[in-house]
Design a protein around this ligand. Structure first.
Ligand code: ATP
Ligand code: MG
Length: 473
């Protein structure tokens, strides 16, 4: 395919001669005699390479450069500067020009520069395509939702992706999709080729987290026999996802703040400053402002992170997104488990729509997974839902006082549900834990507690389920 070149120069003779030479080399050439015309033609015909004179009758070349780069970040711009105008050349390169030539230039230099620019364009667009495919590969991680609050979220993500912002804060209740958004920011942006690394700040002790983030020098501790690079260093060029940042200890917060301000750090036990270029995406389901007031979170770090923040709305505020998501999950798990389920019944949709979703999207996803795996049919029905989901629309309990209608306690519902899932999975704890949305260890602990404490626990264990031999799957 022929590459296309747009020549923007106010001198007729230059336009003519450049067009002639480039056409002879097989390029499709368009010309414009002013900045305004150049912008218009760049928008219309989407050239791959632009030859842009710094001095134009209506505006200066730099502002045209800035605008076209916004319009099409892949467009390769070769600037033509007056002899000796070093500053403009430097500015042009900073604004993303791919090359510059000084007047007077040889035609052959222009041809070489255009060839190189066309090559760069091809590579950049291949990379761009690859990146978009990488994003699509996470298609079961597609961000679903058409509601107004989710459109706001999407706009914010787009803005962050296109900006140079190096730290971003994602807030929202548990299960609202914070991790999903963090991935979106990484994979949609120009950091997608570099690593995305994640660290959960709540799963490390204070000094260990620091070690994990910033690494250590050989001999930094008595047992540190080797140099260890931290995540900050390992994901240079990419994104570091700091999950549960609200659980970070104050000393580590101080180190993080210093890093965000200076973009450099020292390994533990090291003297040398190491500079890296990473974007920090922090997430929390805590009320950080409250944490600041309670003295558990540094206010300066909070304000630094808050500059670019993406608050995720709870699922119950997303209206019909609940149904969009539910249908999406029915499809996903229907394919995965090869079941016939393909939709929600009207009644099931009504139940899902009014439930309060304390566990947000994760709860909805786990619910649909459970139903599709364990039930049969084409439509998901209310009968497939556990009592807590049905609770608010249950006609029998409507208007009844608690004494007339003995409601189960949460512990009873939990125990009953665990027992049910264990029965359906024939006591396979790994599978049961997955369906319940908790870890295998978490399930074992729950069973131990239930057995030890409660009446329901004894009930459950009378069915011999809690005492079923542990399978090692
Ligand atoms: N808008 C959405 N579209 C599709 N899937 C979603 C959406 N939001 C969340 N999910 C899915 O819900 C689950 C929970 O999301 P995620 O892990 O991102 O939540 P979180 O906010 O990080 O939760 P926590 O605070 O508990 O860590 C994931 O499986 C995720 O893929
Ligand atoms: Mg998370």
């Amino acid at each position: 395919m022929k590459s296309s070149v747009l020549v923007v120069d106010d001198e007729l003779l230059i336009r003519k001669s450049l067009a002639k030479v480039l056409r002879a080399r097989g390029y499709a050439v368009e010309v414009a005699s002013s900045g305004a015309e150049g912008l218009e033609k760049a928008g219309e015909s989407r050239p791959q390479v632009m030859i842009l004179d710094m001095r134009l009758p209506d505006t200066d070349g730099l502002s045209v450069l800035r605008r076209v780069r916004e319009l099409d970040p892949l467009l390769q711009v070769i600037m033509i500067t007056a002899f000796g105008d070093v500053q403009s050349a430097v500015d042009a390169m900073k604004l993303g020009a791919c090359d510059f030539l000084r007047k007077p230039y040889e035609m052959e230099d222009i041809v070489l520069a255009v060839e190189a620019a066309a090559r760069t364009f091809r590579q950049a667009s291949e990379l761009d395509l690859y990146r978009r495919q990488a994003w699509r590969q996470f298609s079961d991680e597609e961000i679903i939702g058409q509601s107004e609050p989710m459109n706001v979220v999407r706009d914010l993500i787009e803005k962050v992706v296109r900006s140079q912002a190096t730290s971003v804060l994602i807030t929202g209740e548990s299960g609202t999709g914070k991790e999903l958004v963090a991935r979106a920011i990484h994979y949609r942006g120009d950091r997608a080729q570099a690593p995305l690394m994640e660290v959960n700040c709540s799963s490390f002790q204070e000094t260990l987290l620091e070690n994990e983030l910033f690494g250590h020098e050989r001999g930094a501790y008595t047992d540190a026999s080797d140099l260890k690079k931290g995540l900050v260093e390992l994901c240079d060029g990419g994104t570091l996802f700091l999950d549960e940042v609200g659980d970070m200890s104050l000393p580590t917060q101080a180190k993080l703040l210093r890093f965000i301000d200076h973009r450099n750090f020292k390994r533990v036990g090291g003297a040398q400053d190491i500079t890296v270029d990473i974007r920090i995406v922090a997430a929390t389901n805590k009320d950080l402002e409250g944490e600041v007031r309670a003295g558990r979170f540094r206010s300066d770090l909070y304000f630094r992170l808050k500059v670019v923040s993406i608050p995720l709305p709870p699922l119950r505020e997303r209206g019909d997104d609940i149904l969009l998501l539910a249908r999406h999950f029915v499809g996903e798990f229907g394919r995965k488990f090869q079941k016939r389920f393909s939709d929600l019944s009207v009644e099931a949709a009504a139940v899902l729509r009014v439930y309060s979703w304390p566990g947000n999207v994760r709860e909805l996803r786990n619910l649909i997974e459970r139903v599709v795996l364990l039930e049969e049919g084409e439509c998901v029905e209310p009968a497939h839902f556990p009592p807590e989901v049905l609770g608010r629309t249950n006609v029998a309990t409507e208007g009844a006082t608690p004494s007339e209608y003995p409601l189960p306690t949460l512990a009873e519902i939990e125990a009953g549900h665990i027992a049910e899932v264990l029965r359906l999975t024939a006591g396979n704890k790994s599978q049961a834990a997955r369906i319940l949305g908790i870890s295998r260890q978490g399930l074992i602990e729950k069973l131990r507690r239930l057995r030890a404490e409660s009446e329901v626990g004894r009930q459950v264990s009378r069915n011999n389920i809690l005492d079923a031999p542990a399978k090692t799957r």
